[in-house]
Design a protein around this ligand. Structure first.
Ligand code: NAP
Length: 350
């Protein structure tokens, strides 16, 4: 990989991508950053600010996942394309196909078709997810060795059940299919669990921000279900994309997950630093959650049945031993994120 060539980052204004752009700019790269609307100051102002204080150069390009060919101009001249753009929403939509699946899958195909057309491209790093590895937490009971690894694929999500996870697995499958149809560029996927940690933008729709807001705002004061997540810091996720982009030995899928924690465990950690906040203090019994969740949270009983009450384990050894990712302690990730949300006015100062 020629480090003098520009690097394309799709969905550059997003929560994770902004940290990738920062990392590349700080290292002195020319970054071809795609956004949906480069004239929308609120989405891109933070990117210009990152560029000002860096050794690198930022160039913005307008591109939409569902517009065929719209990423080609940004990809021209790049050897490395980091494709992060994809909606990460789990509620607030009526048509999962239009909101999630179509932009994720068609969008990935559009980006990769342009990679096929641009002769300079040598590697694509795709932001996939552990949602592409498993669909529901209950699957941990059948995972070989009781742990989720890169060998596994989500075969249980659908448009009607876990549509976000479905969008991620279908997009990743599409990416591997397109990759196998040619030989000029190779594909590496980064499969993060729930990404937490400070955001460089307040404009993101990322569900990561909603999880933290729900914990700190008092919405979950009465209690939380026993829902466990793999958690990883956004800064490590960004570093992993850049490492995967330039390591000639990088190949295949990399789970990025540092810790597992339930919502209550996250709240308990946060309370040590933010004792005045109405963080949840108890776990609600599964039968009660199942009873109220469809009305109180718009979540199906099937989701509760298959996801509440299971302990998860993720094998992150490929990310540590092969990519060289160093994970920070969970308390630092959670507290930095919470503090940033207070500073940005997303949580009331108490
Ligand atoms: P985010 O801040 O909402 O970023 C999503 C990005 O996708 C935004 O930049 C958005 O662009 C772009 N996008 C959405 N629809 C688009 C469209 N039709 N055309 C062009 N761009 C579009 O969320 P994030 O958490 O950073 O997620 C980034 C990636 O990481 C996604 O692929 C997500 O699935 C993956 N991921 C996230 C997590 C997590 O916990 N956050 C975990 C695993 C994987 P605009 O700003 O222009 O709307």
């Amino acid at each position: 990989m020629d480090k003098n060539k520009p690097v394309c980052v799709t969905g550059a204004s997003g929560y994770i991508a902004s940290w990738i752009v920062k990392d590349l700019l700080d290292k002195g790269f020319v970054v071809h950053a795609t956004v949906r609307d480069s004239n929308k100051a609120s989405s891109v102002a933070h990117l210009w600010k990152l560029a000002e204080g860096s050794k690198g150069t930022l160039k913005l390009f307008d591109a939409d996942l569902i517009q065929p060919g719209s990423f080609k101009a940004a990809i021209e001249g790049c050897e490395l394309v980091i494709h992060t753009a994809s909606p990460f929403v789990i509620k607030g939509f009526t048509d999962p196909n239009e909101a999630l699946i179509r932009p994720a899958v068609e969008g990935t195909e559009n980006v990769l078709k342009s990679c096929n057309e641009v002769e300079t491209v040598r590697r694509v790093v795709l932001t996939s997810s552990v949602a592409s590895i498993y669909g529901d937490a209950v699957e941990i009971l059948k995972a070989p060795g009781g742990i989720f690894t890169e060998q596994l694929w989500n075969n249980t999500s659908s448009e009607g059940h876990q549509p976000y996870s479905y969008s991620k697995v279908m997009a990743e499958r599409k990416a591997w299919d397109v990759c196998k149809s040619q030989s000029r560029w190779d594909l590496v996927t980064i499969n993060p669990s729930l990404v937490m940690g400070p955001s460089l933008t307040t404009q993101t729709q990322s569900t990561s921000i909603d999880v933290m807001r729900d914990l700190g705002s008092g919405r979950q004061r009465t209690g939380v279900p026993m829902l466990e997540f793999g958690v990883v810091d956004v800064r490590e996720v960004a570093t992993a994309h850049v490492l995967a982009g330039f390591d000639s030995n990088a190949e295949g899928r990399y789970i990025l997950s540092a810790h597992t924690a339930s919502l209550l465990q996250m709240a308990t950690i946060l309370r040590t630093r933010f004792p005045r906040y109405p963080l949840p203090t108890k776990q609600l019994p599964k039968f009660l959650v199942k009873l109220v969740a469809p009305i109180a949270a718009g979540v199906s009983r099937e989701f509760i049945q298959k996801n509440v009450g299971y302990h998860l384990r993720f094998d992150n050894s490929r990310s540590v031993n092969l990519l060289g990712v160093k994970y920070r302690p969970l308390i630092e990730t959670l507290c930095d994120h919470f503090a940033q949300m207070i500073d940005d006015g997303l949580l009331k100062r108490r």
